[in-house]
Design a protein around this ligand. Structure first.
Ligand code: SAM
Length: 353
C-alpha cells in the first residue's frame, strides 16, 4: 500500500479532526425505502451511474490511504447498498490492511440493508470487516415491505444477521429509522425482538432526517429521541451509559434488567455537528464534508489525471481545513427544526448514510 504522507492529523475551522470516512461504493440499492430512495424518483428510468463513473477498488484504496494519512481511523462502506457492489469483500481486504501513521490498523465497517448478507457474511468477516450495522425499520412484514417498497420479507434480513453472528461478528447494530405514523408502533416490538435471549444485538433508533430533496421531509414526521426514550422507558426501564468514545453519534442506554443496550440517534432534535469528524466519499469520487452538502470536491478527476498521492492528500487536507459545515445545528437554530431548508442537497444514496 502506498504511503502518501508524512502529513499529520488535521482539523477544520471549528477544530474538528478528520477521524471517519464513509465510502459509498454504489449508488444502486435493492430496496426503495420511501424516505431514502422513493420509487417515483429512483424508478426504472433513473440514470444510475455508468460503471466507468464509479471509482474502482484501486482508486478507492488510493484515496483511502490519503484520508488515513490525515487522521482517519475508521472507514465505513455504505451506499446505495454496498453488498450490490460485486466482490466488495476484496475492497474490504485491501482497506483492512491500512494502518494509521501511528501503526494502528484502520477499522473497516459496513452499513447494509442485510438482504444479501446471509450469502456474504463469512466472506466479509474473512476479509477483515470489523463490524456491521444492519438497517431494519420494523419486525412486521407489512411495515417493512411498505417502508422498503419491496417484496422482501423481514426473515431475509434476520437470516442475514444470524449468518453474520455465526461468522463471528459481535455487537451487530440494527438501525431503525422511526417515522411518525409509519413505524413508530414498531418501537416496542423491535425492542422486544432484539432483547430476547440477550441477542447481543444493539438496536438503535434514528430520528428521521431531511437528507436529500426527494423524501418530502417535515418535522411532524420526526419522532424525537426524547419521545422514543419515553415510549421505551415506560415499558422497559432504562439508564444512560457512557459513550464508547468522545463524539459517539448514538446516545447509549442500558435496560436496567440487564437485557443489553439500545441507542438513540438524535440527528434532528439534538444535532451533533460540533463533534462531527466524518468525511464522505461519493460513488463517483467526490469528497463531501457534510451529509447535507450541496456539492463535493471532485477527487476522481485529479486521480485519473495522474496526480501523485501527496497531491491528492494535500487536496483533501485543504478541503477539510476550510470546512465550516454545521447544517443540522443551523437548521435547528433557524427554524427550531420545523422545516428543512430550501437548499439543494445531495441524495443520501449517493454519498452514503
Ligand atoms: N443500503 C444500506 C442500508 O440500508 O443500510 C446503506 C445505505 S443507507 C442510505 C444507510 C442508512 O441511512 C440506513 O440505515 C437508512 O435507514 C438511513 N437513512 C436513509 N435515509 C434516511 C433519512 N431520511 N433519515 C434517517 N436515516 C436515513
Amino acid at each position: 500500500m502506498n504511503d502518501p504522507t508524512n502529513i499529520i492529523a488535521i482539523t477544520d475551522k471549528l477544530q474538528r479532526p478528520l477521524h471517519d470516512l464513509r465510502i459509498s461504493v454504489t449508488d444502486r440499492c435493492n430496496l426503495r425505502c420511501t424516505y431514502c430512495m422513493p420509487r417515483e424518483i429512483f424508478g426504472k428510468d433513473h440514470p444510475f451511474l455508468p460503471r466507468a463513473e464509479l471509482l474502482s477498488f484501486e482508486e478507492i484504496a488510493r484515496l483511502a490511504a490519503s484520508f488515513v494519512a490525515l487522521g482517519v481511523e475508521k472507514i465505513r462502506l455504505t451506499g446505495g447498498e454496498p453488498l450490490l457492489r460485486r466482490n466488495v469483500e476484496q475492497l474490504v481486504a485491501v482497506l483492512a490492511r491500512l494502518c494509521t501513521p501511528a501503526g494502528k490498523p484502520v477499522e473497516v465497517t459496513m452499513t447494509t440493508n442485510g438482504v444479501l448478507l446471509a450469502a456474504k457474511a463469512q466472506a466479509l468477516r474473512d476479509a477483515g470487516l470489523a463490524r456491521l450495522a444492519v438497517s431494519l425499520d420494523g419486525q412486521s412484514d407489512a411495515v417493512f415491505k411498505r417502508m422498503s417498497d419491496s417484496a422482501v420479507p423481514v426473515r431475509v434480513v434476520l437470516d442475514g444477521i444470524a449468518a453474520a453472528q455465526r461468522a463471528g461478528f459481535a455487537a451487530i447494530k440494527v438501525n431503525m429509522v422511526v417515522q411518525r405514523g409509519v413505524n413508530d408502533h414498531e418501537i416496542i416490538p423491535m425492542a422486544e425482538h432484539f432483547r430476547a435471549d440477550n441477542s447481543g444485538i444493539i438496536l438503535r433508533f434514528i430520528e428521521y432526517m431531511d437528507v436529500g430533496n426527494t423524501n418530502g421531509w417535515c418535522m411532524d414526521e420526526v419522532v424525537t429521541a426524547t419521545e422514543m426514550l419515553q415510549i421505551l422507558g415506560a415499558r422497559y426501564p432504562l439508564r444512560p451509559i457512557d459513550p464508547n468514545y468522545r463524539g459517539e453519534v448514538a446516545e447509549r442506554w442500558a435496560y436496567t434488567d440487564g437485557a443489553g443496550e439500545i441507542g438513540v440517534i438524535a440527528s434532528i432534535s439534538r444535532a451533533f455537528c460540533h463533534s462531527c469528524t466524518r468525511a464522505r466519499l461519493s460513488t463517483d469520487g467526490k469528497l463531501y464534508t457534510c451529509l447535507f452538502a450541496g456539492s463535493g470536491l471532485d477527487l476522481r478527476a485529479p486521480l485519473r489525471d495522474g496526480a501523485s498521492d501527496l497531491a491528492l492528500t494535500k487536496l483533501i487536507a485543504l478541503r477539510w481545513q476550510s470546512r465550516t459545515d454545521r447544517y443540522s445545528q443551523l437548521r435547528q437554530a433557524a427554524t427550531e427544526g420545523s422545516a428543512s431548508t430550501a437548499t439543494k442537497k445531495v441524495e443520501m444514496s449517493f454519498i452514503g448514510g
